[in-house]
Design a protein around this ligand. Structure first.
Ligand SMILES: [Zn+2]
Length: 116
């Protein structure tokens, strides 16, 4: 069993846990911008030469427990939502690294008990 290597990997896992603890609000999904036309035939959004659509409107789409959802996001909330999306990506990446390291630690540890 490669004790030194295992200790190194465990150290990396510890640092990942610390980083995860530092993450606050998060949410999965992706944010999109939309521009719409309305029902008023005389509106600027229907101008034949220079139509100017309404918007942007923001919405977030995500899947939780097998269900896809879309929610509107108010303009003043966009910055916060972007931050939460970034946090979620960070969280996923860290968990992924943790899993990889953990698999490696498991393999190295078990080598100590395996007779070849
Ligand atoms: Zn319009």
């Amino acid at each position: 069993m490669n004790t030194k290597k295992v200790a190194t990997l465990q150290g990396r896992i510890r640092r990942i846990k610390e980083k995860i603890l530092a993450i606050d609000e998060m949410r999965p999904g992706s944010l999109s911008e939309q521009f719409n036309v309305c029902g008023n035939p005389n509106c600027r959004c229907k101008d034949p030469d220079h139509p100017k659509k309404h918007g942007p409107y923001y919405q977030i789409s995500y899947t939780r427990k097998g269900k896809s959802k879309t929610e509107f996001v108010r303009k003043e909330m966009v910055a916060g939502v972007k931050r939460e999306l970034k946090n979620y990506q960070k969280f996923k990446k860290l968990v992924d690294e943790w899993i990889d390291l953990s698999i490696e630690v498991g393999k190295l540890s078990r080598q100590g008990y395996t007779k070849k």
